[in-house]
Design a protein. Structure first.
Length: 339
């Protein structure tokens, strides 16, 4: 019987259930994918807690990325065939055994890319590539600071920097995760025991860095902005500061939002700096998305990019997967497996 993950209400991981569902039927220009793997991202955790927008009303099924096999097509001109291996970027609803996807959001997979590797690609690599290349036009002489460098987007960004020949790269993470950052060409900063502001100012002689990736938000954005170079770009793509634990706390959320800086356009103009907000789930230009996903696929095929998969949880253990991410145990991507 087809089934899906459902968030029943705002709260801790015990609010998640696995529910049966009717088999969906694709319409014109759509395909149905029998899902093998679905990615879990911190955005899913924030949506479960009720802190992330946009989100459907509860109960709803989360999930921005899937890989699997096409088992039905809508119409004759989708460009895909039954039995074809694919990866897809979803606006939501990906954590289901069967999903309906617009053909514009689907890419056929070459034989050399495994389905688990494919599912680890759309959100993390697309987000990192969109920030550093589509928005940032990163050059090999640029400098980059990556917060959460050992996570899914962090490891993807480190690899993209390596691929582009960028060598001036710093990344924050907990001390035990320094090895993965160093192996991917970054200078590790222990976020618990070192001050990244002090280190960046010292090691850049006060100049700061060209690109900063910040998924933390709150007052952390103010500190990131303080080490952004003239002409630099700060990308904010998450708000983990509102959810330091797996339990919902409106007080913590309020305090984090209250400490989020109000960006003064005059001050940004004076210092020639830019701030981008990034949410690939709401990005509407399918052509830009397809082009970037295709380039990421090329990087994986060539060996320049290699998704770091920390762990795979069976869908029945989705609550455990959420807690694992809340506890910041992962190095790289966490996936759900549909048998």
């Amino acid at each position: 019987m087809p089934r899906r993950v459902e968030f029943t209400k705002a709260g801790s991981p015990n609010t998640i259930r696995i529910a049966e569902m009717p088999l969906p039927v694709p319409e014109t220009d759509e395909v149905r994918v029998k899902v093998a793997f679905a990615g879990i991202n911190f955005a899913d955790l924030l949506m479960r807690l009720g802190f992330y927008q946009p989100r459907p009303p509860y109960p709803f099924t989360p999930g921005y990325e899937i890989s699997g096999i096409i088992d039905a097509v809508g119409g004759e001109n989708t460009g895909f065939t039954i039995g074809q291996r694919v990866v897809a970027a979803m606006s939501t609803g990906g954590q289901s055994s069967h999903v309906i996807v617009d053909k514009k959001r689907v890419l056929a997979l070459p034989d050399e890319i495994e389905l688990d590797v494919a599912a680890a690609m759309p959100v993390t690599y697309l987000t990192a590539h969109h920030m550093l290349h589509h928005l940032g036009h990163m050059g090999k002489d640029d400098s980059v600071l990556i917060h959460g460098g050992a996570g899914g987007v962090g490891t993807a960004a480190l690899q993209l920097c390596q691929w582009a020949g960028v060598t001036n790269v710093w990344a924050t993470a907990s001390g035990p995760k320094a090895d993965i950052i160093q192996s991917l060409g970054g200078r590790a900063i222990d976020r618990h025991n070192e001050d990244f502001v002090e280190i960046i100012k010292q090691e850049t002689e006060g100049a700061g860095v060209d690109h900063i990736l910040d998924p933390i938000g709150g007052e952390h954005l103010t500190r990131s902005l303080s080490v952004l170079k003239e002409g630099g770009r700060l990308y904010t793509y998450g708000m983990s500061a509102v959810a330091p634990t797996s339990k919902r706390s409106m007080l913590r959320s309020f305090l984090a939002w209250r400490k989020t800086p109000a960006f003064d356009p005059l001050r940004l103009m004076t210092r020639n700096r830019g701030v981008f907000g990034v949410h690939m789930g709401t990005w509407k230009d399918e052509t830009v998305m397809q082009k970037q996903l295709q380039r990421i696929l090329e990087g994986i095929i060539s060996g320049a990019l290699s998704p770091v998969i920390d762990s795979v949880f069976d869908v029945e253990n989705v609550a455990e997967a959420h807690q694992y991410l809340h506890d910041a145990k992962n190095i790289g991507k966490v996936l759900l497996r549909f048998k």
